[in-house]
Design a protein around this ligand. Structure first.
Ligand SMILES: Cc1ncc(COP(=O)(O)O)c(C=O)c1O
Length: 305
């Protein structure tokens, strides 16, 4: 079980988590007007290393801008709020951090004007997000991925997650672990809350950022590691469901799951049905990188203590 730490941040101050409430009339509840991110922190060698917190913050900031909510905060302000909260909670273990900018306004009209954005933050303890050992069983969802010209998919907007939840629940109800979402043109977008990669003949394929997916921080990290450390070619190009079935390897990436290999898609075995060599090598690299143990990539980690 993930434990929520006792102190959170909301409306400019640290409060007990049980007091970190918003009014039921808030626009974020009714209209999904919020932007959030999820950051991992790993406890290693007496320090808590946050993985690429600046990149998360910048994506959050851009997302808020894309929605047009009037909110400003500098990275140093954000970092101070976050590190103070970690210290207040006396955290010395792996964590998952949820910063959110939400429309706190209680006005009835669904506008972003007068949305009174507020910044809130809470932290939970975190181990594995999905069981990764046996490989995932994916289902291609009947739910089409929301298009960028409906809701900006790069914004990590809370309202967008109704789309993810519909797909994920459909998959889970049908006995699968996770959903893959397609775009209107039939090309693969991503999974419900992670990016997707395929491997064919040693080349890595990733749906491009124009495919209505999130510009995942883990996606970015793995592309860099694959190119620089494994000297692999990474092709960012659209591919369809039928291509997905033919890959030698498929894997998902995200802050929560890091990298997790896929055993089947729509009950069709991917490759040998075992974790492939590319996923294995990338997992070794990213597992080290998040612990601040990968030389050349320590710039990705910021220690709290
Ligand atoms: C829809 C979606 N795609 C991809 C990702 C992976 O992004 P990241 O690696 O930044 O966690 C997430 C998780 O944040 C997500 O919600």
């Amino acid at each position: 079980m993930n434990k929520t730490y006792p102190f959170a941040y909301i409306r400019g101050k640290v409060v007990k988590i049980k007091d970190a409430h918003i009014p039921i009339q808030s626009k974020v509840i009714h209209y999904g007007l919020g932007v959030y991110t999820g950051i991992r922190g790993h406890w290693n060698n007496g320090n808590l290393y946050l993985f690429r917190p600046k990149d998360h913050f910048e994506r959050l900031q851009k997302g808020v801008q894309m929605l047009g909510m009037p909110w400003t905060m500098s990275y140093s302000q954000f970092k101070k709020i976050l590190t103070d909260l970690i210290k207040k909670n006396k955290i010395k273990s792996d964590v998952y951090i949820r910063p959110i900018v939400y429309a706190g306004s209680t006005e009835i009209v669904p506008t972003l004007e007068n949305s009174e954005p507020d910044f809130a933050l809470y932290i939970i303890s975190f181990g594995h997000y999905m069981s990764t050992g046996d490989g995932l069983r994916l289902k291609v969802s009947k739910w089409v991925r929301v298009d960028d010209d409906m809701i900006p998919t790069k914004a990590k907007c809370t309202g967008l997650y109704a789309n993810s939840a519909l797909a994920k629940s459909e998959a889970v109800r049908a006995g699968f672990d996770e959903a893959v979402m397609l775009n209107r043109d039939g090309s693969v977008a991503e999974a419900s809350s992670s990016n997707l990669f395929g491997v064919k003949n040693g080349v890595i394929y990733a749906p491009p950022l124009s495919a209505n997916n999130l510009d995942g921080i883990t996606r970015r990290s793995l592309i860099e590691l694959a190119k620089k450390e494994l000297k692999l070619t990474v092709k960012e190009a659209r591919f369809k469901k039928a291509d997905l079935y033919k890959f030698d390897e498929v894997f998902l990436t995200g802050t929560a799951c890091k990298i997790v290999w896929v055993k089947t898609v729509d009950k069709k075995k991917i490759g040998t049905g075992k974790m492939g060599p590319v996923a294995k090598q990338l997992k070794t690299l990213i597992d080290k990188a998040v612990l601040n143990e990968l030389s050349g990539y320590k710039k990705w980690c910021e220690g709290v203590y």
